[in-house]
Every structure is written in C-alpha cells, then in structure tokens.
Design a protein around this ligand. Structure first.
Ligand SMILES: C[S@@+](CC[C@H](N)C(=O)[O-])C[C@H]1O[C@@H](n2cnc3c(N)ncnc32)[C@H](O)[C@@H]1O
Length: 263
C-alpha cells in the first residue's frame, strides 16, 4: 500500500484514551512520581508516562511470583542472552507491548525463537506474565524498563533478529513530539541491537505519526524499506490485531505497517 494512502491526520479522536496525549495526562506528567521514573529510566524526556491504571490482585501476584522467573532485571551492561534463555536461538524483541497479547501470541506461534518484551506499565507486565505462565512460554522474558536504555545498554550488539514497535503512543500535540519514541536516538539503539539484515517493524494508525516514521526511516541510510521507498507493507499474517489497533479500526483509521531492514 502506498504510504500516501494513510488516514487523515486531522482525525478527531485518538486511538487510545490511555495514550498520554490528553490534557488530563499532560497534568499527570507533572505529578508523576519521580521515584518510579528513576527506577525505570534516567532519561529526562520520556516516551511514556506512568499511568495510575488499576493493577488487579492477580497481576500483582504475578509480578511477585513470576517476574523472578520470566523477568530480566535492567542492567546497564550487555547481558548474556544465551545464559538467560539456556539456548541459542533467533530472538524477537517487542517494545511497548501493552498487555502483551501480541508478544505472547508470537511466542506461542514461534517456539523456535526467543521472545523478549519491554514495557513500563505494571498492569501490562502482570497481564503478560499471567499469559506466559498459562501458556507455558518458557522461551520468553519480560523487561520492565525504558526501552531506550534497554536498546542502548542492556541488549548485546547485533543480538536481535526482529524489533517490533506496534502502535507506539503517537503524542499528537506538537509540543509533545519530542516524546515520540521514533527519533534518531531510538534508531541508533535499534541499529545497535539488530543483527545485519535484521528487521524493524513499526505499525501505527495515526497518519501523521506514520509520516513521521517514514521521514525518520527513509532519511536514515542504515535502514532500507523492505517493499520499496516510502511504501507500507501488508499486515503480515503472523501479526494479530492489537487492542489499540482494533480501536483505531473502529475509529475509521487506516493502519500502516512499516517494515525496514538494517542495511
Ligand atoms: C499505545 S500503547 C500500545 C501497546 C501495544 N503495542 C498495542 O498495540 O496494544 C504504547 C505502549 O508503549 C509503552 N511504552 C512507551 N514508551 C516506552 C518505553 N520507552 N519503554 C517501554 N515501554 C514504553 C507504554 O507504556 C504503552 O503501554
């Protein structure tokens, strides 16, 4: 699909009321706990806010019980993936997995691959851990930390086959664009961890963010579009619909899958 066939950027409604773009959330940004942020990142400009969403007792229990088993504590030094997984296998990384539905679906469908998910939101991490336990996905690991730091410090260079960034927070307002995760710094980190010819797969239903992604990726000579310059790909069959994507569809937004290979 040509990239100019994307949803009207003036679409009146955001894909996700939990996305940090409303004025309510803007005010939450200034009230967020510095203590929580300092545990999750040392960065001052962040692509996330700490939402006060309710964590269920089951999710809290999963954090206590399952994080030690399926979680990786943040490290500012590269970790040994072979030791962590107990095997050598192609590894997929999902950044900002939300409640983990895609992450756990891929892990279930592709047991031959290691799957790592990064997310800051506790309820989402708890939800994913419960699915990991229920489906016995022993080849998955969860990292609750700022993905930017994980990309730059924790994952070994050239260790990842595919990076997924599905429906990242669009940060609609111009004054918030600096919080968009797709920036040069993010692409530097992705490029660092991807194996040669590894793939970065982004998807968004927010037209103007799609244009932003294309601009950043086409302008970066370390990446090439897998289907031709500035082109969007068909949604691959292995990628299930995400919760945010389903809401985008209900709002009449077009979805762009943008798939780039490391050159
Ligand atoms: C709009 S949601 C999309 C969730 C999921 N990918 C989906 O499509 O359903 C974006 C998610 O990215 C997470 N996120 C944003 N910036 C992040 C970062 N720097 N590190 C880790 N997670 C991040 C947010 O907490 C949020 O859950």
């Amino acid at each position: 699909m040509p990239a100019d066939k994307i949803a009207d950027p003036s679409a009146p409604e955001s894909n996700n009321s939990a996305c940090p773009d409303s004025d309510a959330v803007t005010s939450a940004i200034s009230h967020d706990s510095g203590e929580v942020f300092s545990r999750l990142t040392s960065r001052s400009i962040r692509s996330f806010v700490i939402r006060n969403g309710r964590t269920t007792p089951a999710q809290t229990d999963a954090m206590d019980r399952l994080l030690p088993k399926f979680g990786l504590s943040y490290s500012d030094q590269p970790i040994d993936l072979q030791a962590q997984f107990g095997r050598t296998a192609a590894t997929v990384l999902e950044i900002g997995f939300g409640n983990g539905d895609v992450f756990t679906h891929i892990a279930q469908q592709q047991p031959e691959r290691n799957v790592i998910g990064v997310e800051v939101h506790t309820a989402g991490v708890g939800h994913a851990l419960l699915a990991i336990e229920q489906k016995q996905l022993t080849h998955t690991r969860v990292i609750q930390h700022d993905a930017l730091e994980v990309l730059h410090n924790m994952l070994p260079a050239e260790s990842i086959e595919k990076v997924l960034l599905l429906f990242p927070d669009p940060w609609h307002k111009k004054r918030h664009h600096k919080r968009r995760i797709v920036q040069k710094d993010f692409l530097d980190g992705v490029c660092r961890v991807l194996k040669p010819t590894g793939v970065l797969h982004c998807a968004t239903d927010w037209a103007e963010y799609g244009e932003w992604m294309i601009e950043h990726l086409e302008g970066d000579s370390r990446f090439e579009n897998t289907v031709g310059p500035s082109m969007a790909s068909e949604r691959p069959e292995w990628r299930p619909l995400t919760r945010f994507e389903a809401r985008g569809h209900r709002l009449g937004h077009s979805v762009l899958d943008l798939i780039y290979r490391k050159v």
